[in-house]
Design a protein around this ligand. Structure first.
Ligand SMILES: C[S@@+](CC[C@H](N)C(=O)[O-])C[C@H]1O[C@@H](n2cnc3c(N)ncnc32)[C@H](O)[C@@H]1O
Length: 207
């Protein structure tokens, strides 16, 4: 955990709520369809026990808890992000108060490492902009072969690893295909201040 991180949640002049960590934009609540889709993809596949990294403004976790999830572990690096959601930012405290949800403050790699083999139906990774546009270089390890292998280790056969990314990534697809079956990428259309763009969710199923 990075105790020194400066976490700021503010309401901008356009009315949007924005999350910044150490002065760097993390996300806002203008366009959360891809964060929700990350959850909906695995709900559609019947996931009941899920690990998510990280919390952000809580929309992925909220979408999972709106479904049939029975156990949700959320890994969030910064305690102050959790505090902001508890204070009402984004999806708000209902996510944290849901008895199915446990928040572990720490690096998602450590939280995954603490999970038993084949114990989860899905692992959802949304801790950075994706492997090729990192805000935090230390997160390269999350998307590297070893990090993905550990995420695959905790999945039950047929379980899903899903990775949010601001762009499709052939190298990430290749690393996923070395570990998982049915690797694919879903393009999520988003409207970014009038520009039509796509975010991406890359997925694979455990063998
Ligand atoms: C883009 S936000 C996640 C958005 C989230 N899916 C939602 O629906 O709001 C990324 C979050 O991951 C956290 N984070 C960054 N690196 C992390 C890491 N290595 N382990 C756990 N959390 C991390 C950030 O502090 C931030 O809260």
């Amino acid at each position: 955990m990075d105790e020194a991180a400066e976490v700021v949640v503010r309401v901008r002049a356009d009315g949007a709520t924005e999350l910044r960590v150490n002065g760097v934009f993390v996300m806002d609540d203008v366009e959360t369809s891809s964060e929700r889709l990350l959850a909906e993809l695995v709900l559609d596949l019947g996931a009941r026990e899920v690990l998510v990294g990280g919390l952000g403004l809580g929309y992925t976790a909220q979408a999972l808890l709106a479904g049939d999830v029975e156990r949700l572990v959320v890994a969030e690096l910064h305690a102050d992000v959790v505090a902001a959601v508890r204070a009402g930012a984004g999806a708000g405290p209902a996510v944290l108060d849901d008895p199915r949800c446990t928040v572990a403050v720490g690096d998602v790699r450590d939280v995954v490492a603490a999970q038993p083999d084949a114990s989860l139906d899905a692992v959802l990774l949304d801790v950075d902009n994706g492997p090729d546009f990192l805000v935090h270089e230390t997160n390269a390890a999350v998307y590297a072969a070893d990090g993905l292998a550990d995420a695959a280790r905790v999945l039950r056969p047929g379980g899903t690893l899903a990775v949010w990314s601001m762009a499709d990534s052939a190298p990430l697809r290749a690393r996923l295909a070395a570990l998982l079956d049915d690797v694919g990428a879903v393009a999520v259309p988003v409207d970014l201040q009038g520009r039509s763009e796509h975010y991406w969710v890359l997925t694979g199923r455990a063998r």
